[in-house]
Write a protein that binds this ligand. Structure first.
Ligand SMILES: *Cc1c(COP(=O)(O)O)cnc(C)c1O
Length: 461
């Protein structure tokens, strides 16, 4: 199994090359050359999440690592979770289950993808006797999950840019209270877009690297993160009905990585009815699925900050695989012109999405109402991201014939301000969050200047 770019000019890459490279050379996103198929009969006998991962992950890694080696690694990959099962399924009623993905050390689902990424980064670096720098910008949960996942590996130093912005105090503190020599949380006097531009420039110039050192990307376009997420869709379907009946999944969506993992599981053989693409006021995806209009607009701040995006970077993978039947020339053309030219598909091609996807937009007020509804009716407290996905389900129950799984992507205790607003007490605070509340913040403060930031990295490299 090798990989290629959605834009066609970077191909025949091994898993390890794709892992360490992140984005393809031609600006596209890496895709597997084919969709590996699972044997549902064999999968029925699996029990734990790690069992499922041992079945799924090797389907993608054979070009670089022996299966035995990968399977052994997976026993150690996911660590510091609140529950030894790593995730839980909470039953609400006959038609709704909630898949709780926030039991990891940063209390959001990104631990699943990033702990797998870090384990493979480390494996590859050790094999090559190399070191690496992780460099990224974060507007929410990616930075904390990346820092936490990489901090135990000496060969990796993390430099994460934290913009002035809408993230919660706890999201910030999860990064700024890590007191370790290989972790650098950098508070930047600038916006998320400023930070992303600096990161992009860093990946171009690479001026602060040592000879042969790797520069690693942890943003959601790295294929290894998608693999980690595919595993929990199969696990959920296995636990709920032994993969016998198609389920609906409702996903609170930003960069489309989580939805794309669901679609990938479906392409690999998981029974699936519908995917609900639930978004907040940042509605580029909802406009596409409902009106065939994928046009970039400004970013709005909401109470579900980890979904505040202007474009959904992983959506290119769906355009390429689902809408364009893997026509790389078409995909390249569409994305070369974007965002100056909005994406609009031929009507007949666009219509195809209605069998599998639907999208729904939820504003802040409805999000809060939904949190209240679940709290009052089911005595279940959900975080605002989860509530966007839940509200989408409540409002479309007529279109959701099968059982629906709502993905819960973060623990409510990460967003205490939201719960103060509606006078709800959060009865349980995970240890991981309690631990950062009173720790001293030790972040470095820098201006949004690439010169300043690059020289800081160089000095600390
Ligand atoms: C990142 C994130 C999302 C959005 O996930 P995508 O894969 O970017 O669509 C939703 N909820 C939470 C809590 C997140 O951290």
């Amino acid at each position: 199994m090798l990989f290629h770019s959605t834009r066609g000019n970077d191909k025949n890459k091994t898993f390890e090359e794709v892992l360490m490279q992140g984005l393809a050379d031609d600006g596209g996103l890496f895709m597997p050359d084919f969709w590996p198929q699972v044997d549902l009969k064999e999968m029925k006998n699996l029990e734990s999440f790690v069992d499922v991962a041992k079945y799924i992950v090797p389907l993608f890694t054979k070009s670089s690592f022996d299966d035995d080696e990968v399977i052994k690694m997976l026993d150690e990959t996911w660590h510091d979770f609140e529950d030894k099962n790593l995730l839980k399924i909470h039953n609400i009623n006959d038609s709704i289950d909630i898949l709780e993905l926030f039991l990891g050390p940063t209390a959001a689902f990104k631990d699943f993808g990033l702990q797998l990424a870090a384990a493979f980064f480390n494996k590859s670096l050790k094999k090559q006797n190399q070191t690496a720098i992780v460099f990224g910008a974060t507007s929410g949960d990616t930075g904390s999950a990346a820092i936490d996942a990489c901090k135990k590996f000496d060969a990796i130093k993390s430099f994460i840019l934290i913009p002035d912005g809408n993230m919660s105090d706890i999201q910030r503190k999860q990064m700024t209270t890590v007191d370790q020599q290989n972790v650098f949380a950098i508070l930047v006097n600038g916006t998320f877009d400023d930070c992303q531009d600096i990161v992009k420039e860093g990946f171009k110039t690479r001026s602060f690297l040592k000879k042969d050192q790797y520069l690693l990307a942890v943003n959601s376009i790295n294929w290894v993160r998608i693999i980690g997420q595919i595993c929990y869709y199969f696990y959920a379907a296995l636990s709920i009905n032994k993969l016998s009946e198609p389920l609906n999944f409702s996903v609170p969506t930003g960069n489309f990585g989580n939805v794309f993992a669901c679609y990938s599981a479906y392409k690999m053989g998981m029974p699936l009815a519908k995917i609900v693409v639930a978004v907040n006021k940042n509605d580029i995806l909802q406009r596409f699925f409902n009106n065939n209009d994928y046009s970039k607009s400004e970013v709005y701040e909401t109470i579900s900050p980890s979904m505040d995006i202007s474009v959904a970077s992983n959506f290119e993978r769906l355009i390429y695989d689902f809408f364009l039947d893997r026509d790389e020339n078409q995909c390249s053309k569409i994305y070369t012109d974007f965002p100056s030219k909005p994406i609009q598909m031929d009507e007949s091609i666009w219509k195809k999405s209605q069998d599998l996807f639907f999208s729904y937009k939820v504003n802040d007020e409805s999000t809060l109402n939904c949190i209240n509804k679940f709290s009052d009716q089911y005595n279940y407290l959900m975080d605002p991201h989860t509530a966007v996905a839940a509200e989408a389900v409540l409002n479309n129950s007529n279109d959701l014939k099968n059982k629906t799984v709502i993905l819960s992507t973060a623990h409510p205790a990460k967003f205490p301000n939201v719960f103060e607003k509606i006078n709800k007490e959060i009865s349980y605070i995970p240890n991981s969050i309690r631990n950062v509340l009173h720790k001293k913040e030790i972040a470095n403060k820098l201006n949004a200047s690439k010169k300043e930031i690059f020289s800081f990295i160089e000095q600390n490299n």
